[in-house]
Design a protein. Structure first.
Length: 132
């Protein structure tokens, strides 16, 4: 089996899945991750520390920003990321409040790439069921 699949749960509690493509995954080019990296790793108030993971040097970034300019106003942004020695963002976690004085919501967004390398796996049952 060849392909990329994502499974997520919406705020209404409904779980959905979709196939992203039929090519091998390229984490460094994933559009959703790229947009989040470009948007949130430009945070003003951040600290970076060096850590070792699997014998490799990684950088851990943590930051906060009171307000952030996007298509909708967001504030109280908190970001943490682990960046591999070659620049690949292995994980990113962002939390913020989106809205204004009349309406708003707390948002959490995160992703993590694990066990990077080459492997073959069978499609999960939920993927097979969605294809039927």
């Amino acid at each position: 089996p060849d392909g990329r699949y994502v499974r997520y749960t919406e705020l209404d509690g409904e779980t959905r899945q979709r196939q992203l493509g039929s090519t091998a995954p390229r984490p460094e080019l994933d559009r959703e991750a790229t947009v989040a990296i470009e948007r949130f790793l430009t945070i003003d108030n951040a600290t970076v520390s060096v850590r070792r993971d699997d014998g490799e040097r990684h950088y851990e970034l943590r930051g906060e920003q009171r307000t952030f300019v996007t298509e909708r106003p967001i504030r109280n942004v908190s970001v943490s990321a682990v960046i591999r020695h070659d620049g690949l963002v292995r994980s990113l976690s962002v939390q913020y409040w989106r809205g204004n004085s009349d309406w708003g919501e707390f948002v959490r967004y995160s992703f993590a790439y694990e066990r990077l390398g080459t492997t073959t796996v069978e499609k999960p049952a939920w993927v097979r069921a969605s294809e039927d």
